[in-house]
Write a protein that binds this ligand. Structure first.
Ligand code: SF4
Ligand code: SF4
Length: 355
């Protein structure tokens, strides 16, 4: 089990090497001859291979891997020890591309904790000038982490930012087990601060969505039912309100892969994902309308491919400096076994279920 205070990289864990992760995804663990149905074969069986993008709508930017938390299941392997951070020059390349490509309606800012990038506020202001809708993946505790972040709710409000925040449970024990000691208490305080400026409150137009991911090797419960449960419990216990709950399936990569291997659940979990393959979810996977940008300006089909260092297939347009909208719009998406995480049950994306 990961120590919960350091990233896999800082621990010197072999899974910090993405080749090791890809080897396990493709060929099983420890020389085990076990073979899982290739994702490509599943797509072929429903006429969806090669998987193609349909349009460029969402520009998701990872502004750095540094985070104030070290969550057990983090697919970014983020933490305080990660120093990779997007520079202002790379941000400027993003801005130039956003200005030249009106099809990108939404900019999704993620990390790490995106607010830890020293140019975060400048970047938000510049994106806003281009008239784009912005989503910030805020881990909540960052708001309490230092005095200089206490005004984030006001900053978000000022720029009409949509806030998406992970809260794996409405109970303290389960949240702290997954995200670290004291995370639940600070998350509750941060949610109350967001509510106080109008986030999640009906009629304000300030959107606050919560994100749930399972604590163990199982698929999320149905999104609508879980949302009702969360709304009732958070209102009753803490007088907290929010807009929607997104359920997300844990992807078998990075620290969650480490967890699966440590608990000897890897193959069982993959079997579950494969058995729950849903063609409707496969048609709607988020990579078809998204581009994911790494802290160093490289381009990926999604955040998960980014963490596996699997760049987009367009050889001439793998970096912001050589961005080619036409080629990227019609690109073939790079797939592997982790993609089953997006197509199981009602599907999974940064915006929750897709089917
Ligand atoms: S808050 Fe998010 S980015 Fe940070 S460690 Fe947790 S899951 Fe990873
Ligand atoms: S993991 Fe990425 S590339 Fe694979 S289906 Fe999901 S969004 Fe698409």
């Amino acid at each position: 089990m990961s120590s919960n205070t350091k990233s896999l990289k800082a621990q010197g864990n072999s899974l910090a090497d993405v080749h090791e992760q890809i080897e396990i995804l493709e060929h099983g663990y420890n020389g085990n001859e076990y073979r899982l149905v290739p994702f490509q074969q599943k797509l072929e069986s429903i006429g969806l291979y090669p998987l193609l993008s349909t349009q460029l709508e969402i520009f998701q930017i990872n502004v750095g891997k540094m985070c104030n938390q070290v969550c057990k299941h983090c697919h970014v392997d983020a933490g305080p020890d990660r120093k990779e951070i997007m520079t202002r020059e790379t941000m400027q390349l993003c801005l130039d591309i956003l200005a030249a490509n009106p099809s990108f309606k939404t900019v999704d800012l993620t990390g790490g904790a995106p607010e830890l990038n020293p140019d975060f506020r400048w970047f938000v202001e510049e994106i806003k000038k281009l008239g784009k809708h912005i989503i910030v993946r805020c881990n909540l505790t960052i708001i309490l982490a230092n005095k200089r972040f206490h005004d984030l709710p006001d900053f978000f409000k000022q720029h009409q930012i949509e806030v998406a925040s992970s809260l794996p449970s409405y109970s303290k024990d389960r949240t702290d087990r997954q995200r670290g000691d004291g995370v639940f208490e600070d998350s509750v305080k941060a949610l109350q601060m967001l509510n106080a400026v109008g986030y999640g409150v009906e009629g304000t137009g300030l959107i606050l969505n919560l994100v749930y991911n399972p604590a163990g090797a199982f698929l999320p419960a149905p999104q609508n039912a879980l949302e009702k449960e969360y709304k009732a419990a958070l209102k009753k216990d803490f007088n907290i309100v929010f807009n929607s709950l997104f359920t997300i399936t844990n992807m078998p990569i990075s620290r969650y892969l480490d967890y699966l291997l440590q608990t000897e659940n890897y193959e069982k979990y993959m079997e579950k994902l494969i058995a729950a393959f849903n063609p409707a979810a496969a048609s709607n996977v988020m990579c078809r309308t998204t581009l994911s940008i790494g802290w160093d300006g490289y381009i990926y089909d999604c955040d998960f491919n980014q963490m596996l260092e699997m760049k987009v297939s367009c050889k001439g347009s793998q970096h912001l400096s050589t961005f080619n909208a036409a080629a990227l719009t019609n690109r073939e998406i790079i797939i592997n076994q982790h993609c089953y995480g997006c197509t199981a049950g009602m599907g999974s994306s940064c915006g929750g279920a897709v089917a």
